[in-house]
Write a protein of this length. Structure first.
Length: 363
């Protein structure tokens, strides 16, 4: 126990040295009265989520958090007017067992919240991730449905208990791209990209339950777990168009709708149609978007035309800094993937002023 508290104090001291002077204290984010966007709790100013998915908050191979790197990246966020970082908390790192949260990981999360607050970056805290195929917890994947749900609720109780008082939290995302049901032989995961799988099934024992019944029950349990400690921060789920639970099913439990859309080449109107289908009378945030298969022109068109439908947008942040990507481009050593990230960062900076005008709408 003494070692644990020594770690907390040490990490706090290191972060304080790296951060230096703090910015004015943040306000909490609320849903606007018209249910179309967001406002800040005290000033009532509009808040437009505009940022990136960010994976560097995970420990390095050494098992240590790279606080200097995170501090630098958050500075880059603010330079490009980004105000949200979507982080992905991995079950194998945050849970040592079905009812055993990892206190070291929670202490690091607490320090990350302090750093984000001091840097002026809010966090979209996405949980229950188990993306890394090689790093999964065997105890977690061996659990039957109900026991797995109980472990997931324990995760969210621990995380929300850590985050409850921090204005640096924009929202909790209960799970990235869940699918309600599946068969035991299917396994818990899908959506493979390289060494990662980004889709997770909620149940492998569907029985006579419908997909909607499973999704509604699971969501209610997770929301209730968070509300034991935190009834202030917003809650959502990252959804895919035409795959997974429908927004009409989950909407009543959520504060806003989060959708992941990567426009196809020449099909921006189709992407906008998909986006409109997620309108259930609550704010919509495009929680993932990027010129993954389309070009920059189509991505720009999608972003600008989605104003008035969506109330926020979150892209993808590269492993390299924007300056490093530019240096690679000048030297002719940039890869195709790195070039895509550089084009996104350049687009993000270009259209940022327009996207951050909450009242502006393009029909």
């Amino acid at each position: 126990m003494i070692g644990y508290w020594f770690l907390v104090v040490l990490v706090s001291a290191v972060v304080s040295l790296l951060v230096g002077c703090s910015t004015p204290r943040m306000e909490f984010v609320r849903v606007a009265p018209d249910n179309k966007g967001f406002i800040l709790s005290s000033s009532k100013k509009p808040f437009v989520p505009w940022g990136h998915n960010y994976a560097v908050n995970e420990p390095e191979e050494s098992g240590k958090m790279n606080w200097r790197r995170i501090s630098r990246d958050f500075d880059d966020f603010r330079k490009m007017r980004a105000n949200v970082a979507r982080i992905h908390l991995q079950v194998p790192y945050y849970m040592d067992g079905p009812d055993k949260p990892n206190h070291r990981a929670l202490a690091e999360l607490s320090q990350l919240l302090k750093l984000a607050e001091q840097k002026g970056v809010r966090l979209d805290v996405t949980g229950l991730a188990s993306y890394h195929i090689r790093h999964r917890a065997s105890w977690y994947d061996a659990l039957p449905d109900k026991e797995r749900w109980a472990a997931q609720a324990c995760f969210w109780e621990a995380v929300s208990g850590t985050c409850a008082k921090s204005p640096a939290v924009f929202c909790y995302d209960l799970m990235n791209e869940p699918v309600a049901g599946g068969k035991r032989q299917d396994g818990w995961y899908a959506g493979r990209m390289g060494d990662y799988e980004f889709v997770q099934r909620l149940s492998l024992d569907q029985g006579d339950r419908s997909q909607s019944e499973i999704a509604k029950e699971w969501t209610h349990i997770m929301v209730s777990a968070i509300h034991k400690h935190d009834q202030v921060h917003l809650i959502t789920i990252g959804m895919l168009p035409a795959w997974g639970p429908a927004p009409q099913v989950l909407g009543p439990e959520l504060d806003f709708i989060a959708i992941h859309i990567y426009p196809n080449p020449g099909k921006v109107s189709e992407a906008l149609k998909n986006l409109r289908q997620f309108d259930v009378g609550k704010p919509i945030v495009v929680e993932e978007t990027f010129p993954l298969s389309c070009g920059v022109s189509d991505e720009r068109d999608f972003l600008l035309r989605s104003r008035g439908i969506a109330a926020g947008w979150i892209g993808q942040y590269p492993n390299e800094t924007p300056e490093q990507l530019l240096a690679l481009e000048r030297s002719g050593r940039i890869t195709i993937g790195q070039a895509a990230y550089l084009s996104w960062i350049q687009l993000f900076r270009e259209v940022g002023p327009q996207m951050l005008r909450a009242s502006e709408s393009v029909k």
